[in-house]
Ligand binder design. Structure first.
Ligand SMILES: [Zn+2]
Length: 459
């Protein structure tokens, strides 16, 4: 069973930027900061989880000599790169959906980090970011990821849900959501079998997993990390990713992130952009974030960049339309908006000349907006992190249209100490228990899952 370490030096995220002229000595056992801005009950939970985690043994030691990486019945030599084809499903005849995996096995021992794209087949920011990251601009001698200089192992899987990707669909061929099927079963439905193979051979054998997503069809997300901050090693890589917005929650039932955390594997989800679109800014932020995590884990040389502040959100509010018709969103995802500000207008083709404004119920950061114009009364059209404090700090990173410039989207961010980062809390609860619960699609799969459990023949 995999375990993660908090006592060894692999998880030190207090590194400094290479550009700093006076680089102080690395502090090896710096305590992890828990924001005193987080609501007291959640703060207690997180602190307790971090305390309990002290002393978990690591699966590797930096003192070990070079070793082969055993992966999918192959032995990968230290300091080498391998391209592997991995069958999503085990069949003698028919389609086995072979997906390409790039494995970079460093010359020195270190953590196993797995990067995943397109678990939802139509979410293309992950495949784009991971394809660039697997290419010659990032991998090779003297590049950011140099197997000769690397500690540990990196597995890059740009497209996980290959059948969904080919059909430009979020779902697996049986209509199920792969990211609700973990850890899966070897003799169950198609999605469950695929999830089970991925779980046994790729996820559970990782120390750290970064899962790249976008919003589902009909909406778009500003770049954000989702992580269970009470899971110590996930907390570390969530912060190490180096972007401003972190949504603290454990993830939906059956999601890779939640199931991985339950098994002691660090896992975070990155969200940026929308389905079926390239969104270059979200791609760039993803690449910077991954390099930041690898640097923080001391898997690759260099010092991670850090944002000016972090928004740690334990809840949100929804902006809804009170009318039906066609939507025109005026404030894009990433906008800092005031209470009462017009977020969108609704018009009705049958009532030309009449339009209704949709006003924001609170001041805060709009992390997601609808892109599909069709609305009925009650349709959520925006997802907002309500902010009471920290708005002066937030304003320092707004562009002329009032949108947050996410760290990494405007080039290499400046160096700063981890304890120089201002934590801004967003208090509250996730409606429905998950950040996306009010957007309609996710409930359908949750409901489907409940139905499956009720009917044993259907599993
Ligand atoms: Zn997704």
């Amino acid at each position: 069973m995999p375990s993660t370490s908090s006592s060894s030096d692999d998880d030190d995220i207090s590194g400094k930027s290479g550009s700093s002229p006076t680089r102080p000595k690395r502090r090896r056992s710096k305590p992890l900061k828990v924001s005193n801005q987080i609501p007291p009950s959640r703060r207690e939970e997180i602190e307790k989880a971090l305390e309990d985690n002290q002393g978990t043994p690591a699966r590797w030691s930096r003192k070990d000599g070079p070793k082969f990486h055993r992966f999918l019945r192959k032995r990968i030599s230290p300091g080498t790169i391998r391209q592997i084809e991995y069958d999503l499903i085990d069949v003698d005849i028919g389609e086995s959906w072979p997906i390409p995996i790039t494995v970079i096995h460093g010359a020195r021992p270190g953590p196993v980090v797995t990067l995943l794209g397109a678990i939802h087949g139509n979410e293309l920011v992950g495949p784009l970011a991971l394809t660039y990251l697997s290419g010659p601009n990032f991998i090779g001698e003297d590049k950011a990821i140099d197997p000769a200089a690397m500690a540990g192992t990196l597995r890059i899987i740009p497209v996980v849900n290959l059948p969904g990707y080919r059909r430009q669909s979020r779902y697996m061929p049986d209509g199920r959501d792969l990211n609700r099927g973990f850890p899966g079963k070897p003799d169950s439905n198609t999605t469950s079998r695929v999830a089970n193979r991925l779980w046994n051979e790729i996820i559970s054998t990782s120390d750290h997993v970064i899962d790249l997503h976008t919003a589902a069809v009909g909406r778009t997300n500003m770049p954000q990390i989702r992580a269970n901050l009470a899971h110590p090693s996930s907390n570390r890589i969530a912060r190490a990713f180096g972007i401003e917005t972190i949504l603290d929650n454990q993830g939906p039932r059956g999601s890779l992130r939640r199931v991985a955390n339950d098994a002691g594997v660090a896992a975070i989800t990155y969200e940026g952009g929308g389905s079926n679109e390239a969104d270059p800014e979200s791609v760039q932020v993803a690449i910077y974030g991954i390099l930041n995590v690898l640097r923080s884990l001391r898997a690759i040389p260099g010092y991670p960049s850090r944002p000016r502040f972090r928004i740690l959100a334990s809840g949100s509010v929804w902006v809804r339309s009170d009318q039906g018709g066609l939507l025109d969103v005026l404030t894009p995802a990433g906008s800092f908006i005031q209470e009462g500000e017009t977020v969108a207008t609704v018009t009705d083709p049958e009532r030309p000349g009449e339009n209704f404004d949709i006003l924001s119920p609170a001041r805060g950061l709009l992390i997601s907006t609808a892109t599909h114009p069709f609305v009925t009364a009650g349709t959520p059209i925006g997802h907002l992190l309500p902010m009471t404090g920290g708005t002066q700090t937030l304003r320092t990173r707004l562009d002329e249209e009032g949108c947050l410039i996410t760290s990494g989207s405007d080039g290499e961010p400046p160096w700063r100490e981890d304890d120089e980062i201002e934590d801004i809390s967003v208090e509250g609860e996730w409606s429905g228990g998950s950040p996306d619960a009010e957007w309609s699609l996710d409930e359908e799969s949750a409901a489907e899952e409940e139905a499956d459990e009720a009917d044993p023949n259907w599993i």
